[in-house]
Design a protein around this ligand. Sequence first.
Ligand code: SDX
Length: 429
Amino acid sequence: MSATSTITVGDAQVELPIKTGTIGPDVIDIGQLYAKTGKFTFDPGFTSTASCESKITYIDGDAGVLLYRGYPIDQIAENGDFLETCYLMLFGELPTPAQKADFDYRVTRHTMVHDQMNRFFQGFRRDAHPMAIMVACVGALSAFYHDSTDISDDKQRMIASLRMIAKMPTLAAMAYKYSIGQPFVYPKNDLDYTSNFLRMCFAVPCEEFKVNPIFARALDRIFILHADHEQNASTSTVRLAGSSGANPFACVAAGIACLWGPAHGGANEAALKMLEEIGHPENVAKYVAKAKDKNDPFRLMGFGHRVYKNYDPRARIMQKTTHEVLGQLGIKDDPLLEVAVQLEKIALEDDYFIEKKLYPNIDFYSGITLKAMGFPTSMFTVLFALARTTGWIAQWAEMIEDPSQKIGRPRQLYIGPDKREYVPLDQRA
Ligand code: SDX
């Protein structure tokens, strides 16, 4: 007999099934609530709502735990590489050496984009935000790859997934090169995924380019940290778009658009701009006061999280990576890092942040590292989208393969005008 929850709605007592997962909170299945009571639940922002069953990522916000297919994020980030994480996301298990070699080979040979994609870029201003370019170009991929848009065909779903993961770095690098007026650099098959991306971003035709192994390792780890994060806003967007049967390229384009927001993936760009605005550790107290002031809309970007009410485990690894990269670059007194360290110290000792359980999230430190590697702030969210594509694609595929999935269509609490008669124009005052 499965567990149930009984709720009283008016004079009716309604029994609703309780579902239990592997770990984490149980859920009350309210699928029949409206049929049994004529009432909806109401949960703007979905603070208490589970939208699906998933086997991919688990987060415990109070314990600061993040698992990818059961493996702790720190163990994956320390020991694996990003394409291994992509394989784990897509197939559910860590690859054997042979599987890893085959997967790397297959992804590597999909890194080129159709040459006509180049013409899309000519339509953009040079100062277009690269996230605007990514939304457009990723959506446009479906115009080139008709042979992998039939979502009912598992072979086409897999080829589309590999193409998406493989082509994001190429499009991201093209967006960067276009913004600085430099020629596009084609991928090289003898480089690993992240080294290939760094070369496409920073190489120029006039001279040989040597990938900095410190940057490659650090950026690969940053990609791992950003790969997936349960049912966050952009992943939920991808799932909702996919539930209508839209092709995977269009769904990922929708995810990129959602991620762009400063409350979500745009926070890394916003956090670095905030650190630059604060400018010096002695100004930190003033900005902390602004963040606490109810009448001031200012928020500490890179702080707080809907789920993590303890330290974001990714932020801890990100902080370590930041210190490693700056240390290996011989950057001892980076002013932004000094401001970040002082801001974190003051905020974590302040009652406002303690009682609201606001800790640094992954976006707090990532910008400092990316800036040290030479990326402009406008590219920070593009890098987040590049990494999160593997999570979006894995979650999209899981949804498509879920026999219980149906088009997502929430209801509402209507608070507009009651029924009223139309007034012809010549009778209105
Ligand atoms: C990401 O969902 C994911 O998993 C996202 C992500 C992923 O990997 O996909 O982890 C990536 O998006 C990380 C979050 C990046 N965003 C930021 O750093 C932007 C700044 N942070 C916030 O805007 C905020 O913390 C959110 C959006 C992240 C979370 O917002 P919630 O859970 O809806 O919480 P809330 O806005 O209701 O805030 C609760 C209280 C409020 O005060 P009260 O109204 O209760 O008095 O905390 C305050 C807020 O004013 N608060 C902050 C704050 N964040 C929340 N006050 C100052 N500075 C902040 N950063």
